[in-house]
Design a protein around this ligand. Sequence first.
Ligand SMILES: CSCCC(=O)C(=O)COP(=O)(O)O
Ligand SMILES: [Zn+2]
Length: 209
Amino acid sequence: MSQRPYSIAAFREAARTLAATGHRLYQQGWSPATSSNYSIRLNAGHAAITCSGKDKGLLEETDIMVVDLQGQPVGDGKPSAETLLHTQLYRRYDEVGAVLHTHSHATTVLTMHWPADHLTLEGYELLKALEGITTHDTRVTLPVFDNTQDIAELSARVDQAMDQGLAHHAYLIRGHGLYTWAADMATCYRQLEALETLLAIELDRRRLG
Ligand SMILES: CSCCC(=O)C(=O)COP(=O)(O)O
Ligand SMILES: [Zn+2]
């Protein structure tokens, strides 16, 4: 009888999905140089997450491990250094089933060059790829948090911002990247792809003046 506090079948499926997701995101150029981390909820108290420091273009199922929602490893492995940013979302929202974090060129330039504490996307048809949005005639505000190596402190800042009703689909970390979340990985990937595309467009538009 298994002593694991999660289903091994659910873990294997999550590991396969996360590895495949890493390959796609690396190919897009959004997860260079071992950056980024990805996770999938396994149950009410556990998530499968990428181990720290793995090349996302070569991600394998063995590069995925389990953490509890306090961010503690369950079994062997060193979880992502940014695990607490994933578990904050799973703890806060029962309906969150997947979290993706990327390090794209566009998010880095936009958040380093413009000092604002938020970035707005408005009027784009592609915004309809975000959960709950049904018209281009809308505005999505992404908070920008200053970067730190103290991920516990950053996750507390994110939680406070969410208490104030900020960050519905995603947020940015300055000079670092994007976090987005959704009920399942297919939705989360679609959302991430839309946001990264729109942020690259936003960067081009700002360059054009
Ligand atoms: C080389 S990227 C620096 C760390 C980071 O921001 C990241 O997304 C990857 O960290 P992890 O521990 O998840 O590999
Ligand atoms: Zn990162």
